[in-house]
Design a protein around this ligand. Structure first.
Ligand code: FNR
Length: 182
């Protein structure tokens, strides 16, 4: 079993990206033990807060990533960029002033949005940040779940093609994890 730290870049209760993460959890249950991380309780990153030890929420968050084989990120796109809550979480995890738990960690990034481009611009930014932190980011396949309002409803993925693409994405991530973990 792989241990994955799962981060969703939306705090919304009815988030379509949370639905995608839940589907990944279901599809990977036979091979993955997934810990879905709480990024909403992280304080705004401030290196001063690291002095004398991380705040509790950040310590728990970082420990889960530290002990994982990889990280899976499913994110929305806000104003053609990465949502602030997700960037804040990555700033805690990849801290240059304390331990960087993203270094040399396999990572995969995807996301869903109603637009045709399906979070492609946000994903580029997230991958850039992960790369700066030294993560090994799955380069292919890219998975942009566009027109998500037609594919996701009532907390479920309603489109078989999307589920198939998610399976392929997971299969490539398993290969990536297999190559990069002991
Ligand atoms: C959006 N949305 C959006 N979508 C997109 O594809 N590109 C974008 O640049 C933006 N920008 C944007 C900004 C802000 C402030 C909001 C609130 C929304 C729409 C967004 O994809 C949609 O609301 C999703 O449903 C958000 O994801 P969750 O919360 O459902 O996972």
């Amino acid at each position: 079993m792989y241990k994955l730290a799962a981060i969703t870049g939306s705090l919304r209760k009815e988030s379509i990206n949370k639905t995608v993460m839940e589907e990944f959890k279901r599809l990977s249950a036979d091979r993955v033990e997934m810990s879905v991380l709480d990024i909403g309780s992280l304080p705004l990153f401030n290196a001063d807060l690291e002095e004398g030890g991380d705040p509790e929420a950040a310590a728990v968050f970082k420990e889960t990533i530290r002990t994982a084989d990889g990280v899976l990120i499913v994110t929305p796109e806000y104003s053609h960029g990465v949502p602030g809550v997700l960037k804040n979480a990555l700033d805690w995890a990849g801290s240059m002033t304390n331990e960087n738990v993203l270094a040399q960690l396999p990572a995969a990034v995807t996301g869903a949005s109603p637009s045709a481009l399906g979070t492609s611009l946000a994903q580029v930014q997230v991958k850039q940040t992960l790369t700066a932190c030294g993560s090994f980011v799955l380069p292919q396949p890219e998975l942009f779940i566009g027109a998500a309002h037609k594919r996701i409803g009532d907390g479920k993925i309603t489109d078989e093609k999307t589920i198939e693409l998610m399976r392929e994405f997971l299969a490539s991530f398993y290969t990536w994890l297999n190559r990069l973990t002991d």
